[in-house]
Design a protein around this ligand. Sequence first.
Ligand SMILES: [Ca+2]
Ligand SMILES: [Ca+2]
Ligand SMILES: [Ca+2]
Length: 376
Amino acid sequence: MQVHRALLLAFFALVFTSTVAALDRPDVTFKIFQFPADKIPRIDGNADDWAMVPEDYVIGMDQFVDDTGKHPKPDPKNLDVRIRVGWVKGLNRLYFLYEAYDDYWDFARPDLHNDTFEIVVDGDASGGPLIDKGHREFWTPEQVGTVAAMPDDRISVDEAHWAIHGVHAQNYHIFTPAEGKDWCMAWTSATWIKELPWANAACAYNFKPGESGKLVLEFWITPFDYAGPEGPQRAVESVLHENKILGLSFAVIDYDDVGKRGTNGFWNLSRHHTMYGNASELCAFKLMPIEPQFRKPIEAQWTWQVVDMDRRLVAFKDLSVGKITSWKWDFGDGETSTEQNPIHQYKQPGNLVVVLEIEGPDGKSRRSKVWDVQLK
Ligand SMILES: [Ca+2]
Ligand SMILES: [Ca+2]
Ligand SMILES: [Ca+2]
């Protein structure tokens, strides 16, 4: 009996592990740079505010494959891109800097035929299909099997569109550049996600359709765990926090002739062309902590939660950074503690000034909060 149970557990562990290891390129985790809160990029098409991002955050052409097979190797004379991704702790936004050289910028038409930077983001790495139909007519049965949103024929493409298209992971076709059109096609039933306060973009370039040149695109988006067609009132933003892994991938859709049918290349970070419709084929991106050169060596920070208001019981949590050897809490009622994460019971109601002082080899730091802790 015991043996059976152990085998069963091992079996489920195996199944579970293979199910959650859902992202593409398991050997690579790309990094998302954390901007300090006083250095948030300004969306103006000027890349100066990205100069602080270290070079090992840059994603270049060497990371892409042309999954249409037209270009076996990247050729910087045809297309050359550099991408940086950033975030700011406390904001559920992903910032992007896209710098690209193209030998033929194709952007005269008002439709989808436009040089495009396509991104797909899955803020909670839930994986799975995110588009309503698998363009089944173009696909092999194998691809349909992995990506089709509704293998069940009882659910129509129309129903699937309103229920799932872009709802739990989002696809943006960003026009590079967008002239006389919106900055992107948000390929979702929730098209409102491309507007402020959920997204913003700016582009700088100095070429005409058909010319070569360099383009700078700066933008941010808000990833959603749920973004429905009914509008933002029922939407759930993906909460971004340090060390979280997101599903994210890019593709560069390179058109090189306004009159030509089809593309000159489809450069993809994922090894799966169909990543545009399947969040399980995205790559892993990690929301990095702030780089040491941009933070103070020691800084006190904390939060608290009322565990039980009737007993005026409060749990304090240390969020300080740096090497810390001692903590001193002043609860504002004459009581103190040297624990890192104390729980304190207050005897009286009141609005309190609570102070945490920390010390370590690199110095000391204090953080008080005036009248945040309120008890009745
Ligand atoms: Ca800028
Ligand atoms: Ca998701
Ligand atoms: Ca082009």
